[in-house]
Design a protein. Structure first.
Length: 370
């Protein structure tokens, strides 16, 4: 409904994860992580394709063993989506996936081991143009920090991050992004705000182990929403104990609600009441399911009665207002046609897809003239 977001984003140094820019003036990227066995190449590729179809910009894959590293190489050959390898403890795995074309290495320099091993990983990253993600998690802080702080705190998360950052600074490697995740919203938000004032690198946002689909969505929306409203965050992952595709959907919905990304249909729908002239809830459920494949930005209002319907419809690309004996369709803010409740979803879907096609054609013409 409004293309411009009032949020002023933090200025950060831009890196590239494969073809996807992260930081600077790049759009905030959305990512998820596979939960298949990495050794099962076909299953992992199938999940990556599903995530790509849902709109994921970047996908992370766990690589816990050298056998998994070899499987990762085959996975990488089967997709164009930028892949991040999640690696802990064994620096040799990082060296191997760097040879196999990984787009980003997710490591904790602190658990890689000796300085020479960290240096070997950084050298491989530098030689292959691969950025690094430093991932700090409240559940796996270093033992000395646990002893120092007694329990995970925002200060402990930031100290851990700065310790790892110092590793890379000493090796003159600036192409990294950082996350300081916690399952506690207040802790994560405070840590990210502190870290954002200390470094210029992009920040990967997440509320770790947030919960199931409903509770995790709520917790992540609150925590990440607070940070995004501050202008903090260059790439996000919504961590849910659910199908990873849901993480991507929630992430995009979050960014769309803050006008930070425009991808797919932005539905404006009433919660329904006794004034409704059609079943708003079943209509919305059907439309969302049927139109998941649409990636073109479009605002669609679905309002059950004439109280707020005309006002919302006039501000959308396409709007439906409940009415008697027929419902009124608005296109580009103007009354265009009427739809009866029989076959309402079919007819409305057809109109939306027609509008999407028209918008795509207009966008192609604009690009051709540039």
């Amino acid at each position: 409904m409004h293309s411009h977001s009032p949020i002023k984003r933090r200025q950060s140094r831009q890196i590239h994860v494969g073809s996807v820019p992260v930081g600077g003036d790049a759009p905030i990227s959305v990512q998820s992580m596979t939960n298949t066995d990495t050794l099962d190449v076909e299953a992992t590729l199938g999940q990556i394709r599903a995530l790509e179809q849902a709109g994921a910009d970047i996908v992370r894959v766990s690589v816990p063993t050298m056998d998994a590293a070899e499987a990762f190489g085959r996975i990488k050959q089967g997709t164009q989506v930028p892949l991040v390898a999640d690696i802990h403890f064994d620096y040799r795995i990082a060296l191997r996936v760097a040879e196999l074309g990984v787009d980003c290495l997710r490591i904790n320099p602190g658990n890689i081991g000796r300085e020479d091993r960290v240096q070997a990983v950084v050298s491989a990253a530098r030689d292959n143009g691969i950025p690094i993600r430093i991932g700090v998690n409240a559940g796996s802080l270093e033992k000395d920090l646990q002893k120092k702080y007694g329990e995970p705190t925002p200060a402990a998360l930031v100290e851990s991050a700065m310790r790892h950052i110092d590793h890379l600074d000493r090796l003159d490697f600036p192409d990294f992004k950082v996350s300081v995740k916690a399952s506690d919203v207040f802790m994560a938000v405070a840590a990210y705000r502190d870290l954002a004032s200390r470094i210029e690198q992009p920040l990967h946002l997440g509320i770790t182990e947030a919960g199931g689909l409903r509770s995790g969505t709520v917790k992540s929306s609150i925590g990440l929403g607070m940070l995004l409203m501050d202008g903090i965050g260059d790439t996000i992952r919504v961590s849910l104990a659910a199908d990873p595709v849901e993480e991507v959907k929630v992430g995009f919905d979050m960014l769309k609600s803050l006008r930070l990304r425009a991808k797919g249909i932005n539905f404006i729908a009433c919660p329904s009441c006794s004034r409704q002239n059609f079943d708003v809830i079943s209509t919305m459920n059907a439309l969302e399911e049927r139109l998941e494949d649409v990636m073109t930005p479009l605002d669609v209002a679905v309002i059950g009665c004439v109280v707020n319907g005309p006002g919302e419809a006039k501000e959308a690309d396409l709007g439906l207002t409940g009415g008697t004996p027929a419902n009124l369709v608005y296109i580009d803010g103007k009354p265009a046609s009427k739809l009866r409740n029989d076959h309402l979803v079919d007819d409305l879907e057809a109109l939306i897809r027609q509008k999407v096609a028209e918008k795509e054609a207009t966008d192609r013409d604009v690009i051709a003239r540039l």
